[in-house]
Design a protein around this ligand. Structure first.
Ligand code: NAP
Length: 445
């Protein structure tokens, strides 16, 4: 293969994913050359610490800690960014595009916050930006939304896109354990970071949802605008009641579009919260560190993507596939083959206006008339109660635990009702509050 058949790659980052990518490019060199009719050559690798002992054997001459050796090298046409975080990754990504290089990244932080800007810039500079690995690791999501599902109006997305929290919730559900018992285990096994805030507070899921929603609904979603609730407040009792009611608890990242009149732009909701999901729903059986995204399109109906949302090889699989796509574009001398279209009139619906079902758990005085007071407050706020369970009582404290589920109600009404209920002298504590997502039912936005 002669030199003009070589595509030079600058790899930024040689950690979990970067080393997986390097390994695949070396081990599958023959197949990749057959696939692309080019020799894909990693010319330089940016790392923080050149002397670090690594799992992968790598020619020391390839390593650098000077990003200019990649960004200023005119022979490098593809930059793979896998250093993570917003800075300096965003600065490097932007410089790569401005220098006329194609960008492949697995960085959700950069794509969720700066994606639209980078994509516009890439369009101006006639280069490509690919980011399949930024959401759901090896699960083919970005490409599916961009091309395979493009004839659809995507109506709903329900996603389990954070493996750490799904692992924790699965263990809590199976073992009746408290979050404080399960989290250290998840950290020891490498499923949770030393600082798990981004996962357990739903921040990571909100970033990924921003990327998916932007693509699926053709809009620009700022992850900071996505209302989110994490999993820290969940107690073992909630899992027991969920099971009795026929549900499981999952941290859902969900987005739904309203039906809009023709010629009008639809509003959409996007949020992240732990929800009660029916045990019979396909998402209910997505356990452990697995991820899944359940999509409802107007033409295709229901589709579910399922697989490993993280890990060296699954994520590298997505990165290398993007590199192959870019190589095909280079060979065909095309860029931005599939445009990113934006309907700038689309707006996010305030959470207050979202309608859903609710579950709440209260410790109340164990005496007659309490339920009537709670029911009266719900009635005042036009919330209709679907079921009431009372199982536990504390004879010493003379309190009882009750769980109430509602029919569809507005978030604003539910929050106001909860405030009034918490203020009742017969209510000792609002111990649990969750939304119910009855997947499989007709769209109700
Ligand atoms: N891990 C996964 O399963 C997964 C899944 C999907 C997406 N992603 C995304 O993929 C990206 C990479 O993740 P990862 O898990 O591979 O990260 P990682 O294991 O922490 O590796 C990061 C790599 O980047 C290098 N690096 C970090 N900061 C740098 C800087 N300022 N200058 C030069 N080099 C720097 C590090 O160098 P040293 O080796 O010298 O420290 C290391 O090689 C992230 O955006 C992540 O969100 C990861």
């Amino acid at each position: 293969m002669n030199n003009d058949k070589t595509i030079n790659i600058g790899l930024m980052g040689l950690g979990v994913v970067g080393s997986g990518v390097l390994r695949i490019i070396h081990e599958k060199a023959r197949v990749l050359a057959l696939e692309t009719d080019r020799n894909l050559r990693v010319k330089k690798i940016l790392v923080r610490e050149k002397a670090k002992v690594r799992d992968i054997s790598v020619d020391a001459a390839l390593l650098t800690n000077d990003p200019d050796e990649i960004l200023d090298d005119p022979t490098i046409s593809i930059v793979i960014e896998l250093i993570g975080g917003v800075e300096p990754a965003y600065a490097y990504a932007k410089r790569a595009i401005l220098a006329g290089k194609h960008l492949v990244t697995g960085n959700k932080d950069v794509m969720a916050v700066h994606g639209p800007e980078l994509l516009r810039l890439a369009n101006e500079k006639s280069v490509d930006v690919y980011f399949e690995a930024s959401v759901g690791g090896g699960i083919p999501l970005i490409g599916s939304f961009r091309s395979d599902l493009v004839a659809n109006e995507i109506r709903e997305i329900y996603a389990i896109i954070n493996g750490t929290t799904n692992y924790i919730l699965t263990r809590m559900s199976r073992e009746g354990a408290a979050l404080t018992e399960v989290l250290p285990d998840a950290q020891r096994l490498g499923f949770a970071e030393a600082d798990p805030t981004k996962d357990v507070e739903g921040i990571d899921a909100a970033y990924k949802l921003a990327i998916l929603t932007s693509l699926a609904f053709r809009t620009e979603v700022d992850p900071a605008d996505i209302p989110r609730t994490g999993i820290m407040q969940l107690e073992p009792a909630d899992f027991r009641y969920a099971q009795d009611l026929g549900y499981v608890i999952k941290l859902l990242a969900l987005a739904r579009q309203e039906n809009a009149a023709p010629q009008q732009s639809a509003r959409y909701e996007a949020s992240v919260y732990p929800a009660l999901v029916p045990q019979t729903a396909p998402l209910a059986s997505v356990d452990g560190v697995y991820n899944a995204v359940y999509v409802v399109g107007d033409l295709v109906g229901n589709v579910m993507f399922y697989g490993r949302g993280a890990g060296s090889e699954p994520t590298a699989s997505a990165i290398v596939a993007d590199v192959i796509d870019v190589a095909h574009n280079i060979i065909s001398q095309v860029t931005n083959r599939i445009p990113y279209t934006i309907d700038s009139a689309k707006t996010m619906k305030p959470m207050d206006e979202v309608e859903t079902r609710f579950y709440f758990r209260l410790w109340v005085a164990d005496r007659p008339g309490v339920l009537a007071k709670i029911a009266s407050i719900c009635g005042t706020h036009r919330i209709s109660i679907a079921s009431v369970i009372q199982k536990e009582a504390d004879p010493e404290e003379q309190t009882a635990e009750i769980v109430i589920t509602t029919h569809d109600a507005y978030e604003r009404a539910m929050q106001a009702a909860l405030q009034d209920i918490a203020a009742l002298d017969v209510v000792a504590r609002v111990a649990g509050f969750l939304r119910i997502v009855d997947l499989g039912e007709p769209v109700r936005v």
